[in-house]
Design a protein. Structure first.
Length: 315
């Protein structure tokens, strides 16, 4: 579904008797009525968010609540991200119904708001998680002074405010060069996350060299976690980062109907990948049998440590 264009307008003929023009009907495809392949590709991947992503995100929230007496520093960001991803996934059936049944402007407005939530909350909350790790690994003394939850709650409130402001502006539409806002945001967030995770990997690798090729088990686990998340960031965010800055090189129709939906499809599927990665890092996933966990998260380590579940989600 196209993200950054203004509402379709319904032209009204000034002089009906002198003009044969007909009123243009509202279209939920917004100018892509005959070029729907990119939109359907995006929605097809979003179906995975409904089947797998929503249950996974709900399970993440349940795990965080279960471990609230012994939380990690990133739990506020992880819980907020899981809630936003679950909300976004729940809008996919509404999107299908509106495309082929309701065709309602009001519903399309709600869908545009949900797309704005996904466009903004994901990159910003992931950037917060990367910042938390970055300070913890490279500046442990400073991190010790900033462990209080009030700092993370304040930053989360700021992210929510930015998210809702962006989403509201997206619904209103008609703002000049509004699509450039998301392009700038995704470029900045992608660069920040890659730099943060690269620095963390470098620091952990350096500590291994200082210990004569022997890395502490916790640092080794953190190294694997950060490496996997860096790969996910590249997979989910590199396509829009690589495509969107070159908008001027595409025709408006090609960019709106093909380039944007395909780029956003990789971003939107992160609503499933992110909670699965979180769950795969737990020594044991509560509420689910091990056989079920191994079926959905093949990367779950068979080795069980002495740490309690959920301790390493912010490593």
């Amino acid at each position: 579904m196209e993200r950054n264009t203004s509402w379709p307008t319904v032209p009204t003929p000034i002089n009906v008797s002198a003009s044969n023009a007909t009123v243009k009907p509202f279209s939920v495809f917004d100018g892509c009525d005959y070029q729907v392949e990119g939109i359907l590709f995006d929605l097809t991947l979003q179906c995975i968010n409904v089947v797998v992503g929503i249950p996974a995100n709900i399970l993440v929230i349940a795990v965080l609540i279960r471990n609230r007496k012994d939380p990690s520093t990133s739990d506020v960001y992880l819980g907020s991200l899981a809630f936003m991803d679950a909300y976004f996934g729940s809008m996919t059936p509404v999107s299908f119904l509106n495309l082929y049944h309701w065709q309602s402007k009001e519903v399309w407005s709600a869908l545009k708001f949900s797309y704005g939530v996904k466009d903004t909350s994901g990159p910003l909350f992931l950037s917060c998680i990367c910042l938390d790790r970055f300070i913890a690994v490279l500046f442990p003394l400073t991190f010790g002074q900033l462990r209080h939850i009030k700092y993370r709650l304040s930053l989360s409130v700021l992210v929510f405010c930015l998210t809702f402001a962006y989403s509201a502006a997206k619904v209103v539409g008609g703002l000049p060069d509004f699509e450039k806002v998301f392009t700038g945001e995704i470029l900045a967030a992608f660069t920040w996350m890659v730099v943060c995770n690269t620095c963390i990997l470098w620091a952990l690798k350096k500590s291994r060299s200082a210990e004569k090729d022997h890395m502490h088990p916790m640092k080794k686990k953190a190294f694997k976690i950060v490496l996997s998340i860096l790969c996910i960031i590249v997979v989910n965010y590199l396509p829009p980062v690589a495509l969107f800055p070159f908008e001027d090189y595409y025709s408006p129709e090609v960019f709106r109907c093909y380039v944007q939906p395909v780029g956003f499809a990789f971003l939107n599927i992160s609503s499933t990948i992110q909670p699965l990665v979180f769950l795969s890092r737990l020594d044991k996933v509560p509420f689910l049998p091990d056989s079920c966990v191994k079926r959905w998260c093949g990367c779950v380590s068979p080795e069980k440590g002495n740490d309690q579940p959920g301790h390493n989600q912010s490593a």
